[in-house]
Design a protein around this ligand. Structure first.
Ligand SMILES: Cc1cc2nc3c(=O)[nH]c(=O)nc-3n(C[C@H](O)[C@H](O)[C@H](O)COP(=O)(O)O)c2cc1C
Length: 178
């Protein structure tokens, strides 16, 4: 299985978590890293190029730091530019059918804060509903999210563990039941 990890981080040079994850993933042959802010510094998405990358992979992971309960803005632009009618959905739009889609996110808030009684009130699974919904809409299956929380207090050892857990997740996770 070939996995495409679409990274959306506006400042990878200053990143600790997402950069560490990427560096670990790069050691694996069947994983392609595609960093949107690096590929498109002018933020103009090449739709045809993105569509052919999607076609060449089976599992698509959107990796990003959580920004205001959502992604950095270039990923929204990417969704709008790439998942076109007649390509991803609608008549003739069957290119994403049968693929698998998931998210991997880092959060400043602890995972306990992403609970109904916590400071962030909603779970990560709930907050990721737009991605789950789009996966469903375009005929892809949805993978459970991979998350690292409380990132301002993550030790080097915890970061190491998370890198290994991330690779394991990407290579072994099964889609959630419909
Ligand atoms: C503009 C902005 C918005 C953010 N919004 C959230 C948020 O809604 N929830 C949260 O837990 N953390 C939030 N954070 C913290 C980031 O998720 C955190 O800095 C990031 O995951 C760190 O990853 P990195 O080391 O790869 O940069 C925000 C950070 C920024 C800069």
């Amino acid at each position: 299985m070939k996995t495409l990890v679409i990274v959306t981080h506006p400042d990878l040079l200053s990143s600790r978590i997402n950069k560490a994850w990427i560096n670990e993933l790069r050691k694996h042959d069947n994983i392609t890293i595609h960093s949107l802010y690096e590929e498109y510094p002018a933020e103009e998405i090449d739709t045809a190029r993105e569509q052919s990358l999607l076609k060449a992979h089976d599992r698509i992971i959107f990796q990003y730091p959580l920004y205001w309960y959502s992604s950095p803005p270039l990923l929204k632009k990417w969704f709008d530019a790439v998942l076109q009618h007649g390509w991803a959905y609608g008549e003739g739009g069957d290119n994403m059918q049968g693929k698998e889609i998931g998210v991997a996110i880092s959060t400043g808030g602890s995972l306990q804060s992403y609970e109904p009684e916590g400071a962030n009130r909603f779970t990560i699974r709930e907050l990721m509903r737009p991605v789950e919904a789009l996966a469903h809409f375009i005929g892809a299956s949805y993978l459970p999210p991979f998350t690292l929380g409380d990132i301002f207090h993550v030790t080097e050892e915890q970061l190491e563990q998370s890198k290994m857990a991330y690779v394991n997740h990407i290579t072994t996770v099964a889609a959630v039941a419909k």
